[in-house]
Write a protein that binds this ligand. Structure first.
Ligand SMILES: NC(=O)C1=CN([C@@H]2O[C@H](COP(=O)(O)OP(=O)(O)OC[C@H]3O[C@@H](n4cnc5c(N)ncnc54)[C@H](OP(=O)(O)O)[C@@H]3O)[C@@H](O)[C@H]2O)C=CC1
Ligand SMILES: O=C(O)CCC(=O)C(=O)O
Length: 481
């Protein structure tokens, strides 16, 4: 059965279809998914525009009930949806079930948030006048999501958009349409009025520009690469649209001499290699002070030797495949780049041949540790998005902080230390949107703000109650008594 787009409450056949492949096993096709053309995109925007007047002024209780119902179904089906997600994206099944669970919780959180939207009442500077400040829905929003979190990232854009009374045109990554389609199907059956939520699967190269520049779209929320993010920002500025971007990271994990060694190794392994390193919050730079350096590298190599690379669906797999052949090739290309720059390969660095169910193999890369690297090397400046970590040796905390901040990115940063003084100083002075003390840089809560500084993010924060900043607009009303 082909999987179609959802436009104006109807399942609509694609202009063409694409194969969705399992990156653990290239003989396994998950399904044929519709790819929209510009005519279908126009139809989705028109349907959303038609639905907006009633949805934006309708019952808040109905909105809350609908979001709660969507969250409940996602949670009830977390194992099945997690299996689908692991099969199409390549993170391990437990990681995928965790992501689905997060998506369910996000819908339930925003079911509450739509009841908590508040304003302010102030006295006017003019006697006899009152001032009310309220938040209103913004209109039809375009949501563009990447392949690395195929249900959680859509959830944290769709749920607040709907909660605050907006209508949605959602374009998931072409590489992972199955999780997006499953989510859309749940949303469709939740009782949402036709046209409030529309799914347009398809290629960014075909419908990306038309979606972002469409006059019916008032705001765009995007997560993905820095290059596409910058393009969208320019287009939104030109067309006067609100824009929210989450892009790359080059997240530092500092390890100080006084760190608990076992804890520092575990959190570094988790944030560098779990989810195959395909997280914008992954630590790809391990910045280690000289007193603990040799012990840390030895313990990392020992722990890495226990990691099992394999089929995302197999029990006991720690690291699944890269999500695509292109991503695997990019990972291996960066190993060559680092070695060419003078780095030493301490572990991994190769394609792995893991035979899966059909006897075919997928896009596996061994977890890779590169030592003898310097802050200025490409391996320490460019986002790789694979299971690769580069180690930079530093003299002391002050140098570690300098190196941590020596990047164009600023999403997440971590420190492993038992020093309250250094932890406190790092929390205040590291240039990132999120900071972790004795915790992995990746893996965040769903009810608090998510986002970064510098080239990592642009526009208002996502998630938690801060999400209302992007998905509402402020009105100031003056009333004469
Ligand atoms: N910060 C993060 O969370 C992520 C970062 N990345 C980084 O980006 C690199 C490349 O990954 P990639 O998937 O190509 O990322 P992209 O930025 O190309 O894709 C992200 C989303 O944007 C869409 N898109 C592509 N071109 C346009 C356009 N012109 N206008 C509007 N939307 C568009 C994509 O569609 P389509 O899928 O059809 O191309 C996808 O839905 C990775 O190696 C990684 O470094 C990637 C994913 C997530
Ligand atoms: O680390 C996390 O929990 C979230 C990561 C993320 O959102 C991303 O990689 O795009």
């Amino acid at each position: 059965m082909p999987f179609n787009n959802l436009i104006g409450g109807e399942w609509v056949a694609g202009a063409r279809y694409g194969h969705n492949l399992n990156p653990s096993d290239t003989a396994d096709t998950i399904g044929e998914y519709a790819q929209a053309d510009v005519t279908q995109l126009d139809a989705a925007v028109s349907a959303a525009q038609a639905a907006f007047p009633r949805w934006s002024t309708g019952s808040v209780q109905a909105r809350s009930d609908t979001l709660d119902k969507i969250g409940s179904e996602i949670l009830a089906r977390r194992e099945e949806l997690g299996t689908l997600l692991a099969r199409e994206e390549g993170k391990t099944r437990p990681e995928a079930i965790g992501e689905v669970t997060r998506a369910g919780h996000i819908f339930k959180f925003f079911a509450g948030e739509c009841l908590r939207l508040s304003g302010e009442t102030l006295p006017s500077v003019r006697p006899g006048v009152g001032v009310d400040i309220t938040r209103e829905p913004i209109g039809v929003v375009g949501l563009i999501t990447p392949w690395n979190f195929p249900i959680a990232i859509p959830a944290w854009k769709i749920a607040p958009a709907l909660a605050f009374g907006n209508c949605v045109v959602f374009k998931p990554a072409d590489l992972v349409p199955a999780s997006a389609w499953a989510l859309a199907e749940i949303i469709h059956r939740s009782g949402l009025p036709a046209g409030v939520f529309n799914l347009v699967m398809g290629r960014g190269s075909v419908i990306g520009d038309p979606l972002v520049t469409h006059p019916g779209i008032v705001a765009v929320s995007f997560t993905g690469s820095t290059s596409v993010g910058h393009r969208i920002a320019m287009q939104c500025a030109e067309h006067g649209k609100k824009v929210q971007l989450e892009m790359g990271g080059k997240n530092p994990q500092v390890v100080l001499d006084d760190a608990d060694l076992a804890q520092a190794v575990e959190l570094s392994v988790q944030s560098a290699f779990f989810s195959t390193g395909q997280r914008c919050t992954a630590s790809s730079r391990l910045i280690v002070t000289e007193g603990i350096y040799d012990r840390f590298i030895a313990a990392m190599k020992e722990r890495m030797a226990t990691l099992r690379v394999g089929d995302a669906l197999a029990a006991g797999t720690d690291i699944g495949p890269a999500a695509s052949q292109a991503q695997m090739e990019q990972d291996l290309m960066y190993v060559d780049v680092a070695l060419g720059e003078g780095a030493t390969l301490a572990a991994g660095g190769t394609a792995a041949s893991c035979h899966t169910g059909s006897g075919n193999t997928g896009f596996f890369v061994t977890p890779t540790l590169l030592t003898d690297t310097a802050a200025g090397m490409r391996i320490n400046r460019e986002e790789v998005f694979g299971p690769l970590a580069a180690v930079i040796k530093v003299k002391d905390y002050e140098e570690a902080l300098d190196v941590a901040n020596n990047t164009e990115y600023g999403l997440s940063a971590g420190i492993a230390t038992t020093s309250l003084k250094h932890a406190t100083h790092f929390k205040r002075h590291v240039q990132s949107g999120m900071v972790m003390v004795n915790l992995p840089t990746a893996g965040v809560d769903y009810h608090v703000p998510f986002g970064g500084r510098k080239a990592s993010s642009y526009g208002p924060r996502e998630q938690g109650r801060y999400a209302q900043e992007f998905f509402t607009t402020v009105k100031t009303a003056y009333t004469a008594a």
